[in-house]
Design a protein around this ligand. Structure first.
Ligand code: FEO
Length: 389
């Protein structure tokens, strides 16, 4: 596939992966992207997961024929991209490998001491590499989302090779037209903790004339780039993308669920346009985390359990706070049969989060709904809905 006249796609699709990064379900598979830049000198951009070494190298050979690549540029050392480095270096013994100092340190650890000392070119922010008419400019992008990451801006064709940034779950033949859906789940799951670093990257990107973004996952982006950059700005600044209420809950015997369903119905009746209900025990946690960051209001509903809170809620709140959850309006529904303390526990877990606005109304259920708790749900719905009028 041609990206431009000189840049070819040589990546692969993975439909066999069970959990991406040992963590994320990817029902539409995963793409590991790689590119070849053809000029007087040629450069291969990144490798792929080790299960696809042969397919990828055949793709590279299909572009270059008998020619050996001059440069192999490694932007990121996570194994979904670095897994075929050794095979590549053995296949092309004359190719020089270009990467950051930190990346070579990681190669040494991943590859039993091998850091390609006699074939390596170490680059840092601001360094350039001329291939002929193409000039590659290296951009440091630490913690987007590992510390060694460099991105590469081809100032000739105005292409940003963006490593993991602007990537998404799903192979290239995935049946999903909505880029943002799986890009958002990918972003908050994998990069979400590093909003400050993504903001720093976006500031650098704003100084470049970018016509095409070539990420390491998902489609090449070549139209309407403002849309993708704006979303990344929203996500990385922890602004809410969508006005609406996400109700995240766990329920042991269905009583907390009844409260949640009643609240959702009342919010809708009162005109709240987006009301999303997530059962944390039965949903993909990464999808729930994505929604937690997406909507401007969140209701947490759970039970007291082992003098703590129900495990799925505990995992959920931890997943939010470790990703710097902030800038939201939050409310609580708690349930407990003899000593309800779930709201207190949830609040203590969220105590370190910046700029959370706590709803005045809180719902306490003792075992099952009654007139008091129903009245509290009504009051909470009224309070939350008022913000959208
Ligand atoms: Fe796609 Fe951070 O690896």
């Amino acid at each position: 596939m041609d990206i431009t006249k000189d840049i070819r796609f040589v990546g692969v699709n993975d439909h066999d992966v069970d959990l991406f990064e040992g963590h994320y379900i990817v029902p539409e598979g995963m793409a590991y992207n790689s590119y070849v830049i053809c000029d007087e000198k040629t450069a291969v951009m990144d490798s792929v997961d080790c299960h696809f070494s042969n397919e990828w190298i055949e793709n590279v050979k299909a572009v270059l024929g008998d020619k050996s690549p001059d440069y192999f540029i490694v932007q990121h050392m996570e194994p979904d991209h670095s897994g075929s480095i050794k095979t590549f270096m053995e296949t092309f013994p004359d190719t020089q490998i270009v990467s950051s100092q930190k990346a070579f340190g990681m190669m040494k650890n991943f590859f039993e001491g091998e850091e390609f000392a006699d074939r390596r070119v170490i680059v840092k922010e601001g360094d350039t590499l001329e291939l002929g008419k193409h000039v590659l400019n290296f951009v440091a992008a630490p913690m987007v989302h590992w510390p060694e990451v460099i991105m590469t801006y081809d100032s000739t064709e105005k292409v940003l090779f963006s490593a993991d940034a602007f990537g998404k779950f799903g192979a290239h033949d995935a049946d999903d037209d909505d880029w943002a859906c799986e890009a958002r789940r990918y972003y908050f799951g994998i990069v979400g903790k590093y909003g400050i670093q993504v903001q720093a990257l976006l500031k650098k990107a704003a100084t470049l004339d970018i016509q095409i973004i070539c990420p390491l996952h998902g489609p090449v982006l070549s139209e309407n780039l403002g849309y993708y950059l704006d979303l990344y700005n929203t996500w990385s600044s922890y602004d809410s993308e969508t006005k609406g209420v996400v109700i995240s809950f766990t329920s042991v015997y269905g009583n907390t669920r009844k409260a949640v369903e009643m609240l959702a119905q009342k919010l809708e009746e009162k005109g709240v346009e987006n009301v999303v209900v997530n059962d944390l025990a039965r949903s993909d946690m990464a999808e729930c985390v994505e929604d937690g960051f997406r909507y401007d209001t969140q209701v947490f509903a759970t039970t007291t359990f082992n003098n703590d809170i129900f495990p799925f809620m505990k995992e959920y709140i931890h997943s939010l706070t470790e990703r710097n959850y902030q800038n939201k309006r939050v409310a609580f529904i708690e349930n407990g049969s003899w000593a309800p303390t779930a709201a207190k526990t949830m609040k203590s877990m969220l105590a370190g989060c910046k700029n959370l606005e706590y709803a005045e109304n809180e719902v306490k259920i003792v075992s099952a709904l009654n007139d008091d708790s129903r009245a509290k749900i009504e009051a909470l719905a009224e309070e939350l809905a008022a913000a959208y009028k």
